[in-house]
Write a protein that binds this ligand. Structure first.
Ligand code: HEM
Length: 558
């Protein structure tokens, strides 16, 4: 007996294959699948199965090719038409045409390290909300921080799965579910309480002294390179109680550089999550990420075996203080160590490098900072004794201003509606499910509606805003006519809300102690041949900022 399909005409058979393409679009649209296996099924298996409808009329080879052509052309055309149509839920948000059609547009911007600059350009062109991908909108508006990132805001978006190479266990920063995130964050909060912070001071002192001595001995260094090794060794001590001597052996095992590159690679996986899923199963790809993870596993297991006599970060993460009823599974603790090392070392080292660049490029700022440091910490005073830090307002201002002009996570991190909710409403904005949003710090910090003369590096603004006596600066003439604009509500170098940087206090303590000790001991200047005017143009954004070389000459003061 003939099957029902046997009576179909050629046109009907081709239309049936096209209909399969439309169904595939419907699935893409509803689910945004990133799992490579699902993509393979939709992009290869489905047209292969549909091709059987064409075999009787066109033969196996031609039927197969025709089916793929019809299926993919229909799928592509329907995706493009829908993404550009007024029916798309993000239709009201302006952006480049290509960005609305395909994620590849923004992926290429990201791979060139230019997201921060391109975002700024698009905000100027289109206004405070821009569509940078078919399902991605970025906002330059401090008013959306509270509804979108606040305690009732959105969790992390699905793209974090890609960032982590589809890891079965997410580190704190990638956990989507709000309740699980809050639970996992508790030991971190205890680890960075004011009382716990004191445990890290001797570690900062030991590593900070080693770092500054190393600078003084080497005399001419790439500051960014060595401060990263310092921050890595410090974080390893703070986390595991030791295990890394990268300052001593100049990163001989390549783990520090791997940690940095792993971060950069993740930007590709974040934009194209299916690549992340694929890389997980390809041993030859993503080697740096895997090398770094293996080192965390090794050190974590070693720390478990040896235990520790000090309250390192591992002590809190592993519930050795017994605050939680149940101990966390060991794989969870190991995953958290990877986050701690990267989040705790790359961020502070990039900020310290930018700070040194900024004070050298603005000699009057260097002089004022030096004067304050010499006043509180003359040579005979231990600069690692934190007792005067709270009075050093110019140091505070220099750090704040450095992070305003150069926020390390220039574009913040993604958020997206809770799965299964259909979408999220924030004031006038409706964010459909499967959409990602960001509120980029780089653009908000450089918006004249938030900060007077936003591109001018002027620590004095922080003193003026706090009604403290401030030395003269370029701001004075502008303020005389229009007043100071200083919107701290738009200042988010550590992000915002219940998922903000949990290590903020440790970072500030570490940076303040190291800068104070460094400037007490040595004098810095740009090395000959270095052109400071090219600095900013050469900065790349790869989740964290990636800085050019900063060659400096170091002379002992004491
Ligand atoms: C200048 C230094 C630092 C800056 C600018 C910085 C900035 C940030 C930012 C912007 C986030 C993302 C928050 C979000 O997703 O909304 C973050 C998260 C995080 N940071 Fe930092 N950070 C710094 C230093 C540190 C240090 C020293 C640690 C210590 C280990 C640390 C640990 C973390 C952790 C664990 C998270 C994830 C928090 C969560 O998801 O709940 N950070 N940081």
């Amino acid at each position: 007996m003939a099957t029902p399909s046997a009576s179909l005409t050629a046109t009907e058979r081709i239309l049936a294959v096209a209909a399969c393409g439309l169904v595939a679009h419907w699935i893409f649209n509803r689910r945004e699948p990133s799992d490579f296996r699902v993509l393979f099924a939709l992009l290869f298996v489905a047209p292969a199965v549909a091709s059987q409808l064409l075999f009787p009329l066109y033969g196996i080879f031609s039927g197969f090719l025709l089916s793929f052509f019809v299926y993919h052309t229909t799928l592509l055309a329907s995706i493009i038409i829908y993404r550009l149509s007024p029916l798309h839920p993000l239709a009201r948000y302006p952006g480049p045409l290509l960005a609305k059609i395909t994620r590849w547009y923004w992926t290429l911007v990201a791979l060139r390290g230019r997201q921060h600059v391109e975002t700024q350009r698009l905000f100027e062109l289109y206004g405070d909300a821009i569509r940078v991908g078919p399902n991605e909108v970025w906002f330059r508006d401090p008013a959306v921080l509270q509804p979108m990132l606040g305690s009732q805001g959105m969790p992390k978006s699905a793209t974090w799965q890609g960032r982590s190479l589809n890891a079965p266990i997410q580190a704190l920063i990638g956990i989507r579910d709000n309740a699980s995130h809050a639970r996992r964050r508790r030991p971190w909060t205890r680890a960075f309480s004011s009382a716990a912070l004191r445990n890290y001071e001797p570690v900062i002192a030991r590593r900070g002294a080693q770092f500054v001595e190393l600078l003084a001995e080497k005399k001419r260094v790439d500051f960014g390179h060595w401060v990263h090794l310092f921050a890595f060794d410090f974080m390893s001590d703070a986390l595991f109680g030791g295990g890394s001597e990268s300052m001593q052996d100049d990163d001989a095992d390549g783990v520090v550089s791997a940690s940095k590159e792993a971060f950069s690679d993740a930007q590709l996986y974040e934009n194209l999550p299916w690549v992340g899923f694929l890389v997980r199963y390809l041993p030859a790809v993503g080697k740096k990420t895997k090398l770094f993870r293996a080192s965390c596993l090794r050190r974590g297991l070693e720390r478990l075996r040896k235990g520790s006599s000090t309250k390192d970060l591992f002590y809190w993460l592993n519930n050795e203080d017994e605050s939680e009823k149940e101990n966390p599974p060991k794989p969870v603790v190991i995953v958290e160590t990877g986050l701690a090392i990267i989040a705790g070392s790359d961020t502070t080292s990039v900020t310290l490098t930018n700070l040194v660049y900024c004070i050298l490029a603005h000699p009057h700022v260097y002089e004022r900072l030096q004067e304050e440091i010499d006043r509180f910490y003359p040579p005979e005073q231990d600069a690692f004794d934190s007792q005067y830090l709270s009075q050093m307002r110019y140091l505070d201002a220099v750090i704040n201003e450095t992070m305003r002009v150069y926020p390390v996570l220039a574009n913040g991190t993604q958020r997206g509606p809770e799965p299964g909710t259909g979408g999220f409403v924030a004031g006038e904005h409706f964010i459909p499910e499967w959409t990602s949003v960001r509120v980029p710090q780089w653009s908000m910090h450089r918006d004249a509606r938030n900060f007077t003369l936003p591109l001018a590096y002027t620590p004095e603004r922080w003193l003026l805003a706090a009604n403290l006596p401030a030395p003269p600066s370029v701001l004075d003439s502008v303020i005389a006519t229009g007043g100071l604009v200083h919107n701290t509500g738009a200042y988010t170098p550590f992000s915002y809300g219940s998922r903000n940087c949990v290590g903020r206090n440790l970072a500030l303590l570490e940076m303040k102690l190291v800068v104070t000790h460094m400037l007490q001991r040595v004098r810095l200047r740009f090395a000959e041949g270095f052109d400071p005017s090219t600095w900013e143009a050469r900065i790349q954004e790869r989740f964290n900022l990636v800085l050019p070389e900063l060659p400096i000459v170091v002379e002992r003061r004491v």
